[in-house]
Design a protein around this ligand. Structure first.
Ligand SMILES: NC(=O)c1ccc[n+]([C@@H]2O[C@H](COP(=O)([O-])OP(=O)(O)OC[C@H]3O[C@@H](n4cnc5c(N)ncnc54)[C@H](O)[C@@H]3O)[C@@H](O)[C@H]2O)c1
Ligand SMILES: O=C(O)C(=O)C[C@@H](O)[C@H](O)[C@H](O)COP(=O)(O)O
Ligand SMILES: [Zn+2]
Length: 360
């Protein structure tokens, strides 16, 4: 097991990473609560819920199983969970445990942040993508008008990441999580990016064991940025690289159609194209696109979407200010910057991005 401590101005918490941690959850959770309330989903529950419940046998343990998928990250599901907790008369000495991927983590975290004005929260991630989502305290739900528009910063008391759970992850979810790991490499260092590309050049090499060796590195990139700027007034925005278009694609296609990582992959290519247009020098867009193709990740805006629809949707991005688009751009790999980008440049680059193959 490896342990990373994340220390911010508002507190600190451990991130435990290793195989076989699920049965050790009770030992790793230091505090004792009157009740544990596990929030999980319909794919994770049959595999891991029983195992977790058994380890928490000394407490009153409840669970809630949401339908798997992004469609559950909304106000209706949030309301059902809060109602269930209230009906069970759970008090403030309750610990909400998120057992699952980023959807469960974001939803359960928002429940924990708001139930009786806040109760303890624990993250137990089970997807590769959740190496990102379980760390840093961003919790929230989607609104019909856009992604993650309702939420809070609410750090967990601990993250317990049993990487053995990645063995049962569908391959598409491994690809999706890998896109966020690539993002962590892109925003941090050309060396990390090249090492990752060399180790996992294509889909047949993308296995839980292969990514396992880079997990701590990815988590460390995230943790260091969060330590500097927990509430996203500055450098934390870099973690949002590729998300402006990515989130718009997820929403416009209908939540759950594209995985989050697939959106981030296409969004990252667009952000690089926009960076080329903004700075006026070439960047390795084709190289990244070719890597995504070998990994089986998308590189294009899916058919059926319009540039104007996406321009409109990107207006909901939380980085924007005073009606202007703000993007995370890349001067070169490992050198992200947040910039206000003129609407005409965003529109022109988007039209061209939608009408040309990057890999030609
Ligand atoms: N809070 C943050 O900082 C942050 C960061 C990145 C992404 N996110 C959010 O995370 C969400 C995406 O997370 P995700 O990709 O983990 O999606 P997810 O939670 O929907 O999980 C993906 C799929 O895998 C299944 N699954 C999970 N663990 C499994 C396992 N071990 N074995 C078999 N199946 C398993 C789930 O049931 C689901 O069908 C998005 O809503 C995104 O916005 C949040
Ligand atoms: O932790 C962050 O900060 C991130 O931006 C990480 C992203 O990968 C993640 O998808 C996050 O949920 C996006 O946040 P949002 O503020 O753009 O909704
Ligand atoms: Zn993300």
């Amino acid at each position: 097991m490896e342990t990373l401590m994340i220390r911010t101005q508002t507190g600190s918490y451990p991130i435990f990473v290793g195989k076989g941690l699920l049965p050790r959850a009770d030992e790793l959770i230091k505090d004792v609560y009157s009740s544990s309330y596990i929030i999980t989903d319909s794919h994770v529950a049959p595999r891991y819920l029983n195992e977790l419940e058994k380890t928490l046998r000394n407490r009153q343990v409840f669970h809630y199983i949401a339908e798997a998928g992004e469609q559950s990250k909304n106000l209706a599901e949030y309301n059902r969970i809060i109602t269930d907790m209230l009906e069970k008369k759970l008090d403030r000495n309750t610990c909400v445990i998120a057992l699952g991927g980023g959807v469960v983590g974001d939803l359960a975290g928002f429940v924990a942040a708001t139930y009786l004005r806040g109760v303890a929260f624990l993250q137990m991630p089970t997807t590769l993508l959740a190496h990102d989502s379980s760390v840093g305290g961003k919790v929230g739900i989607d609104h019909a008008l856009g992604k993650n528009l309702i939420g809070a910063f609410y750090p967990p008391a601990a993250v317990i990441y049993d990487t053995a759970t990645l063995e049962t992850l569908p391959f598409r979810e491994l690809q999706s999580g890998f896109a966020e790991l690539i993002k962590h490499s892109l925003i941090s260092s050309p060396d990390f990016y090249q090492e990752l590309k060399k180790a996992i050049p294509e889909r047949s090499m993308l296995t839980p064991d292969a990514v396992g060796s880079f997990l701590i590195r990815g988590i460390s990139v995230k943790a260091k940025i969060v330590e500097l700027d927990e509430h996203e007034s500055g450098p934390r925005k870099f973690l949002n690289f590729g998300h402006t278009l990515g989130h718009a694609l997820e929403k416009e296609l209908g939540f759950g159609t594209l995985t989050h990582g697939e959106g981030v992959a296409v969004g990252s290519l667009f952000a690089l194209k926009l960076s080329e247009a903004y700075y006026g020098h070439p960047l390795p867009v084709k190289e990244l696109a070719e890597w995504y193709v070998r990994l089986g990740l998308p590189t294009k805006v899916p058919d059926g979407l319009t540039a104007e629809g996406l321009m409109e949707q990107m207006k909901y991005d939380k980085k924007n200010r005073d009606g202007h688009y703000h993007f995370v751009l890349m001067k070169s790999i490992g050198r992200p910057e947040t910039r206000q980008v003129p609407e005409s440049l965003v529109r022109g680059t988007l039209f061209s991005f939608m009408n040309h193959m990057l890999t030609d």
